[in-house]
Design a protein around this ligand. Sequence first.
Ligand SMILES: Cc1cc2nc3c(=O)[nH]c(=O)nc-3n(C[C@H](O)[C@H](O)[C@H](O)COP(=O)(O)O)c2cc1C
Length: 381
Amino acid sequence: MAGGIDSLLRTEELVGFFIRKLLPQKSVVSLYSQGRKEFLEVLKKETPLFTYNPPKELERTLWGLKFKTPLMNAAGMFKNGECSRMVEMQGAGAYIGGTGTYSKRAGVTEIGIHLPFVTYPKSHSASNKLGLNNDGDSVNYLRAERIKENLRIPIGWSISSPPEINDETDRLKLLVMSMMFYQQSGVDFLEINESCPNTESKMPGQNDFSRRLEYVKENFLGKRENFLGIRGRKLPVVVKFSNDTRIEQLPMIMDLLFENGFDGVNFGNASSNYSLMRESIHPSERKLYDFYTSTFGGGVSGKPLKEKSLELSARAVKYLKGGKPSQEFHVIRTGGIETPKDLKESLETGVSLCQWYTGYMTRFRKDGHDVYKRFFEEFGK
Ligand SMILES: Cc1cc2nc3c(=O)[nH]c(=O)nc-3n(C[C@H](O)[C@H](O)[C@H](O)COP(=O)(O)O)c2cc1C
């Protein structure tokens, strides 16, 4: 690893234990929130020394796009299009930027902490309440355009309707405008973030939800033929839900996605089921966890999500096989992916693609830019 990132990680390794042991919980969250921002600043300047080319047999084609492997970063890691070349060189299957919103958002500040974030290393987990901070889609679609010109792996963008807008129709109008922006930028696929635990809008009731999907169908999906343009094919759109989605909601969600012409589903986003997630938090990290979840709330990510994301995505695949929509439709699994076994299990159930965030960060600390190389070497054994 290059000097900057290496020394930052080493420092954290050396002092992290004492920070957690000796400082009040608020100071721990404050330091980790600042540390996350600094880490990203250093990461932005990183270039791996070598390009890792994963074995050809890992390649897969979704919607006519060649994904180099079935593993890629999850949304939120690179909100403003950072580090695309870096992950391509590391061997990621594809790249996703965002979540973006129509207008710039500063994100959450609570009890004086901007973008509160903390990790639970022993539990392979983290909490965040960033609140969709991003530079806004009118800036980021131009970044997406440049990334698309320079990247040889597929590029997607995650978008959300702006939660600060009160009127539902206005929110949807802006969501569709964001989708138009990225369509114009030439990205290969879009992911609608329907599930952010860190904004006011929660998963709505069935009627609201179906109205939202219909709106996107009428105003975007149904018009995609008119925009074949540079791409020569329709821009695939998937919807990402929370890993807190109840199993009974799945048939309704899948039917609505099929009927309205969506191209895939992603299970899913971080959890706000704090009492359930707490069972998977290491006893020595529960005090910090309790402080964070009772003060900020936010979303819990990483290993505690593993079982639920597998169950939801496996059931979604099963439902897909029974439902057979006329469009090509894929199930994506996100949540607790950390080991080659997790990827194998996902693929065995028929999941097309996996995304990782917390697991990537855990392995990056150990393997640096060899993060995908080591992962796939182990995967091949
Ligand atoms: C710091 C942080 C920021 C995130 N931001 C976003 C986001 O902007 N959009 C989104 O769809 N998911 C976001 N997520 C959720 C992840 O994409 C992912 O769904 C979740 O963390 C579960 O995956 P994991 O267990 O591999 O981390 C974020 C997660 C973290 C830890």
